[in-house]
Design a protein around this ligand. Structure first.
Ligand code: ZN
Ligand code: ZN
Length: 70
């Protein structure tokens, strides 16, 4: 597997788009894994603070609808 930007050996895969990224090209982005309501009714989120991110794709915070497909 190689980095999709510079063809160096990739160290991981972008969590969002699946492309390989090397240490020089990757970025970090917090990822919200889930949202739940705590005991005091305060919404809480479980976040991965530094998920591997290629820095190029544009992860959407919400699922987007694509009516053109149907
Ligand atoms: Zn990506
Ligand atoms: Zn690279």
């Amino acid at each position: 597997m190689v980095c999709y930007q510079c063809n160096n050996p990739a160290v991981g895969i972008c969590k969002f788009c699946g492309r390989g990224v090397c240490p020089d090209c990757h970025s970090k982005m917090p990822v919200i894994l889930s949202v739940y309501v705590g005991a005091n009714q305060t919404p809480k989120t479980i976040v991965v603070a530094d998920a591997l991110w290629c820095g190029q794709c544009k992860p959407q915070p919400e699922p987007i609808s694509m009516p053109e497909i149907y």
